[in-house]
Design a protein around this ligand. Structure first.
Ligand SMILES: CC(C)=CCC/C(C)=C/CC/C(C)=C/COP(=O)(O)OP(=O)(O)O
Ligand SMILES: [Zn+2]
Length: 461
């Protein structure tokens, strides 16, 4: 099944579905769109906006559903609307800002609902939601000083972060802490200290990144770990070639991505795995350096990062548009086992500029995954024609899958573009050009123009 152009016949599309069923994905074949409905494979934009706006209105009127998850619902819905190029009206915007403010803890951070314990995941969701809303009222509602102290309290002496007070330390916690600190321009050396080593300890023999040391590599954590390493300027410490080797095998015959080896594809991994590709595309220097080392016969391509030899000039340092400071330290690899530790981030790194310079660079590299095929999975299998997206046929739509399917669609559509703020060429899109959605900043999963506005707002303060 190779959907290589926009002119797939209905018969070919039906063949895709039949093949997918043969591979055991569609237990509910009748759930798939009918033949007539799939002809154009259109994004049913108006239906999605209706579904999302309804969700936001329900939140606004009661704010009672899913008690510990409400900032997430705000982010998933607001981000999905932003991807569709929609702005919410003043009343809904004010309600959302007020509600998120009630989730803000007096001592910093955001909880899942008013009066609850602040948590890093809901802090990330609330901050991304407020940045997506944008504007003075929304952005200035974030108490950055208190938020910084919350992040410092969540920092474990080992370097990782805890999700909440006395909570678990994992890669998600590292990403959510570093992502909000970066977007709010409060990232500093104290927060960064030893996070890189924690993430390195989670890269597995398969090449992907696990949630915690010793666990299985997973797309969600691989995105979090890779994005964190870029945001702290230490991505060169990961075995990127090994990571690429792992992620390229995660796109299934059904065209969607699976989260981990031998599991089913799921629409939400369109972003978690698709986002990994978007990041890797912008890591040309690091990828080339590691490929050269492999060419030198010093590295087995399937090996883990601890076996990457290092350059002999340990003092070499540079910060480039990938937000990477190349600093090689031979002693790190000498043990033949786990790395002895990433060097402390050089002071030369401007932590406040990494997110912006990363997204401003041009990339000559095309996507390393089948972008049109993934768009087909999203539009044909995950899209619900009444609005919203789902994991796969047979499952119900929800706001989480709507957010991450649309985010994945965006990553696909801009995957052939040299830069993220110009419109892609029609051949990059599956279906009509009206399917085009907004581009995202792949490190934060925030719509790019909303990120730029927030970056300007928090710059220099
Ligand atoms: C920013 C943030 C909070 C990121 C979260 C990242 C994320 C999606 C992590 C995945 C967690 C996980 C192990 C799911 C497996 O569920 P499963 O066993 O039901 O699914 P599977 O069969 O597809 O692996
Ligand atoms: Zn899912």
């Amino acid at each position: 099944m190779e959907p290589t152009d926009l002119n797939l016949t209905v018969t070919q599309r039906e063949q895709c579905m039949v093949e997918a069923q043969v591979f055991g994905i569609y237990k509910h074949f009748s759930d798939l769109p009918s033949r007539a409905q799939t002809v154009m494979l259109e994004l049913v934009r108006d239906k999605h906006i209706e579904y999302l706006t309804d969700g936001l209105q329900q939140l606004g009127s009661s704010f009672r559903v899913l008690d510990a998850n409400r900032p997430w619902l705000c982010y998933w819905i607001l981000h999905s609307l932003a991807l569709l190029g929609e702005y919410v009206d003043d009343e809904l915007e004010n309600n959302a800002v007020d509600f998120l403010n009630r989730c803000q803890d007096p001592n910093g951070g955001y909880s899942g609902g008013p009066g609850q314990m602040p948590h890093l995941a809901t802090t990330y969701a609330a901050v991304n939601a407020l940045v997506t809303l944008g504007g003075q009222r929304s952005l200035s509602s974030i108490n950055r000083d208190k938020l910084y102290t919350f992040l410092r309290r969540m920092k474990d002496p080992s370097g990782g972060f805890r999700m909440h007070e006395a909570g678990e330390i994992d890669v998600r916690a590292c990403y959510t802490a570093i992502s909000v600190a970066s977007v709010l321009n409060i990232l500093d050396q104290e927060l960064v200290e030893n996070v890189g080593n924690y993430i390195l300890s989670c890269q597995t023999y398969e090449g992907g990144i696990a949630g915690e040391p010793g666990s299985e590599a997973h797309g969600g954590y691989t995105f979090c770990g890779l994005a964190t390493m870029i945001l702290i300027g230490q991505v060169h410490g990961l075995n990127i070639t090994g990571l690429m080797n792992w992620v390229v095998f995660r796109q299934g015959v059904e065209c969607g991505f699976q989260g981990r080896t031998n599991k089913l594809v799921d629409g939400c991994y369109s972003f978690w795995q698709g986002g990994v590709f978007s990041l890797i595309q912008r890591l040309r220097t690091v990828v080339n350096e590691q490929l050269v080392m492999m060419d030198d016969g010093k590295q087995d391509g399937s090996s883990r990062c601890t076996q990457i030899p290092v350059k002999s000039h340990a003092s070499e340092r540079k910060q480039d548009s990938e937000g990477t400071s190349s600093q090689y330290d031979e002693s790190r690899w000498e043990q033949g086992g786990a790395p002895a530790g990433l060097p402390r981030s050089p002071d030369l790194i401007n932590l406040s500029n990494i997110g912006l310079s990363f997204v401003e660079q041009h990339t000559e590299n095309g996507p390393l995954f089948h972008s049109l095929a993934l768009q087909q999975y999203i539009l044909l299998c995950s899209q619900v024609l009444n609005g919203g997206f789902r994991d796969k046929p047979g499952k119900a739509r929800d706001y989480y899958h709507t957010c991450y399917c649309l985010s994945g669609l965006s990553v696909c559509q801009y995957s052939c573009s040299k830069d993220l703020d110009s419109s892609p060429l029609p051949h990059a899109l599956f279906g009509p050009y009206s399917n085009l959605v907004e581009s995202v900043h792949p490190l934060y999963n925030i719509v790019l123009n909303r990120y730029h506005a927030a970056h300007d707002f928090f710059r220099g303060s």
